[in-house]
Design a protein around this ligand. Structure first.
Ligand code: BGC
Length: 760
């Protein structure tokens, strides 16, 4: 945990700890002065207008112009045409009661026009610097198009692969989640708010959205205090400490209080405890939706309660615009309260420099959009994020001797799917598919390409309007049988086959949860039939969540999971399959064997009969198919000689753990060195293992290196569910280092006495 706000009550002695956390960003005094001067001149209606965020597509141009002219809107989302943005901005600056620039927000989730791999893939790089860079490139491209505010990063911890939005976050682990959250905030916002070519980050969805019951999107989250403090809230807090300018409230009930009206979450935790100084926007229609939850009596009540909770800006449902002026007139809400809600929005607009230059430079827009630099960065990211799950008999990299290769599957040549969901501004035609990438890479191979099967959701997706899915071509049962047989013929003709299978992009993302994890449609049958032909088969998985590949894990010699690799995906995957790039991604989610294992995560508490933790079910293993942190390479790394700088750790101190890493193979590669700890006794049961440090290193063939990770005692602090405050408890700790969460190299150390109490 990166927060630090406690006094120290030692059991035996008193010590004081050094606070190493960053401070949440505070607006500069001149921004506050500017905002206050402006507030003094604004009418109540104009102030309320600043709290309104309208969706571009829900209004005609004339209606939007009118709203801006009357000062009834402070922000738009989904306005991505820079010419239109300039026109709206011109009205705001010249015709509205006061010249206040509009703030344009958009879902820049994993790229804007140039699409990076999906966030779950980016986390699989285990390289926060890569995630930071990728989001800074996305910021640059989006800002050049007039976007000031990215609705990202999504930092919701997810431990259930059924949940469609697992693809949008960093996975199951709070420590990794913190690193990725902070890195992305830095990537979007740059060195300071208002830095050229950067924008505002919006951390979402506060808080606990990833724990939706049964993985059903929008369903309630019921999260114990233990898991809230020690798991779910941590990445949001890290993002705030990294200076996040804004947050987005979540849709669901958190322990039966809707997140968007949750005073504890928005006030006690976010503002009082964490010191957040930016502003909060609701999610789409989330305010009005409080009436649906049976929380607010009507829309006016919803507006009032959400306002009281501290949601500064309302996305789309316009209850503030309708009801706040009357609430102020009746003194139910004071002008001071209203000013407090508007001020941070004006401050951010000021800090972004929008009052002096709100307009898009169209030349710059053309230069930045889909530039060679953007494409190169996206290609590199895709290479770093693919995970090699299996490679029996070194089927990969592809043998140079293969003259004819069958490339089969509904995703092998699909531009829209290669981008992945939440790539709303991406253009399928810009995208390099795996088929295209491989043809370019190996022009002398005879490529036998066909779908074999088609896959389709059984209901409509909310993304269909933005990214229409390809129309099915196999309409009759005969068509389907003929195509299936054709694919198998190609497999027979070829020296080997690559099957690109998984989920269509709209099968995951928002409102895209699943009750099963099987390969959709007839893909499993196709895979099994292709393997039965008896020639080498490589499975390339394209997916936004772990899928049930238990059969493949035993019967398909090589499996490369490329998630959704984005605009340059085809080039990257071709590099990976041919060995010009070496897979180095590692899982940030425990990969289940079947849906019945969910929720699944490695950092469970150690409980009765721990040696039988893998046999908690009698009808199936309870261990994951692939553990958290797992991923192979074309080379082999050895790790030996774990050493701790000391076997005692002072409560205000830190220690170093090191291992000797050797690239024992004959190609260069990257390895992620991971460090886990376990607290043996304390005021509460502690997880069997917890990630406490990691680093990704590159070693040439035969190269060796001692890798050292630092462990600060403060990292061992946790929120004790029995004591109800943060503690750092003395005693024995286990420490492991290795290449995944089952790391074998083991040592122990002693944390010296000091119990920390931070009363909440
Ligand atoms: C999603 C948010 C998104 C917003 C605007 C909502 O439905 O939950 O993540 O930022 O729409 O597109």
């Amino acid at each position: 945990m990166s927060f630090c706000r406690f006094s120290v009550l030692a059991v035996a002695v008193s010590v004081s700890l050094v606070c190493i956390a960053q401070k949440p960003a505070s607006p500069p005094a001149k921004a506050t002065r500017f905002a206050n001067d402006l507030l003094a001149k604004m009418s109540v209606e104009e102030k309320v207008g600043q709290l309104e965020q309208a969706a571009g597509q829900l209004y005609t141009d004339t209606q939007s112009d009118d709203l801006v002219r009357k000062g009834q809107v402070g922000s738009f989302l989904f306005v991505t045409d820079p010419v239109r943005a300039n026109a709206l901005q011109h009205i705001a600056m010249t015709e509205a009661p006061h010249p206040i620039p509009l703030l344009f927000g958009y879902d820049v989730i994993h790229g804007f026009r140039t699409i990076n791999p999906i966030p779950l893939a980016m986390a699989s790089s285990w390289d926060p610097a890569l995630a930071e860079h990728a989001q800074s490139m996305a910021a640059r491209e989006a800002r050049a198009a007039g976007i000031h505010w990215a609705f990202s990063p999504m930092v919701d911890i997810a431990r259930d692969a059924r949940w469609g939005r697992i693809m949008e976050g960093a996975g199951e682990d709070p420590y990794l989640g913190e690193q990725m959250a902070a890195a992305q905030v830095r990537g979007f916002q740059g060195p300071y708010i208002g830095a050229p070519d950067y924008l505002l980050a919006c951390v979402k969805h506060f808080g606990g959205y990833g724990a939706a019951e049964g993985g059903r999107d929008y369903d309630s989250s019921d999260i114990s205090d233990d898991l809230l403090h020690n798991v779910y809230l941590r990445p949001y807090h890290a993002a705030v400490d990294a200076g996040a300018a804004t947050m987005m409230s979540a849709y669901m009930d958190l322990n039966s209080v809707p997140a968007s009206g949750n005073v504890w979450l928005m006030q006690d935790v976010l503002r009082k405890e964490w010191g957040f100084k930016g502003f909060v926007v609701s999610d789409w229609d989330a305010v009005k939706s409080l009436t649906v939850h049976g929380y607010a009596a009507d829309a006016a009540d919803a507006a009032r309660r959400v306002f009281d909770a501290g949601i500064n800006m309302e996305m789309t449902s316009s209850t503030y615009r309708k009801y706040l002026p009357a609430l102020v007139a009746s003194k139910a809400i004071s002008v001071v309260q209203l000013d407090d809600m508007v001020r941070p929005i004006l401050e951010m607009k000021y800090e972004l420099g929008l009052f002096t230059n709100p307009y898009v430079d169209l030349d710059k827009f053309k230069k930045e959009t889909l530039s060679a630099e953007q494409r190169a960065s996206a290609e590199h990211a895709a290479e770093e994020t693919a995970i090699l799950l299996r490679n029996e008999g070194h089927v990969l990299p592809l043998a140079k001797s293969a003259k004819t290769i069958a490339l089969i599957g509904p995703l092998a040549d699909s531009q829209v799917d290669t981008m992945g969901s939440w790539s709303l501004h991406g253009v399928p035609a810009d995208t390099i598919t795996i088929a295209q990438g491989l043809r370019e890479k190996l022009p002398n191979v005879q490529w036998l390409v066909t779908k074999g099967v088609e896959i389709k959701r059984t209901d409509a997706s909310i993304f269909d309007a933005q990214a229409p899915e390809p129309k099915p071509t196999l309409l009759t049962e005969d068509d389907k049988k003929r195509e299936f047989a054709h694919a198998l013929d190609l497999v027979k003709q070829a020296d080997m086959s690559i099957l690109v299978l998984g989920e269509a992009m709209n099968m995951n993302g928002e409102r895209a949860s699943r009750a099963t994890l099987t390969l959709p449609g007839n893909q499993e049958t196709l895979l099994e039939a292709a393997v039965a032909v008896g020639k080498p088969v490589v499975l390339v998985l394209m997916t936004g969540r772990p899928l049930d590949i238990t059969w493949a894990a035993e019967n398909v010699p090589a499996i490369l999971n490329v998630w959704y690799p984005g605009t340059e995906g085809g080039h990257a995957v071709a590099n990976l399959l041919t060995g010009d790039a070496n897979p180095s991604g590692k899982l940030t989610v425990s990969w289940p064997r079947s849906v019945g294992q969910l929720p699944l995560y490695y950092n469970t508490n150690r409980t009765q009969n721990p040696e039988a933790a893998a046999t908690r079910y009698w009808d199936e293993s309870s261990a994951p198919l692939y553990p958290f942190g797992f991923g192979l390479s074309y080379t082999q790394f050895t790790m030996t000689d774990l050493k701790l700088s000391s076997d005692r750790l002072a409560p205000d101190g830190s220690m170093e753990a090191s291992v000797h890493v050797r690239n024992a193979g004959d190609v260069a590669g990257e390895e992620v060195v991971q460090m886990y700890t376990h607290q043996r006794a304390g005021s509460a049961s502690r997880p069997v293992r917890e990630l406490k440090g990691f680093t990704k290193i590159r070693l040439a063939a035969g190269e060796e290196r001692v890798v050292t990770l630092k462990l600060a005692a403060d990292e061992l602090r946790y929120w004790s569910p029995s004591l109800k405050h943060d503690v750092l408890e003395p005693g024995t700790f286990d420490l492991w280092m290795g290449d995944d969460s089952t790391a074998k190299l083991h040592s122990t150390f002693q944390l010296d006495a000091a119990t920390i109490a931070a009363k909440r």
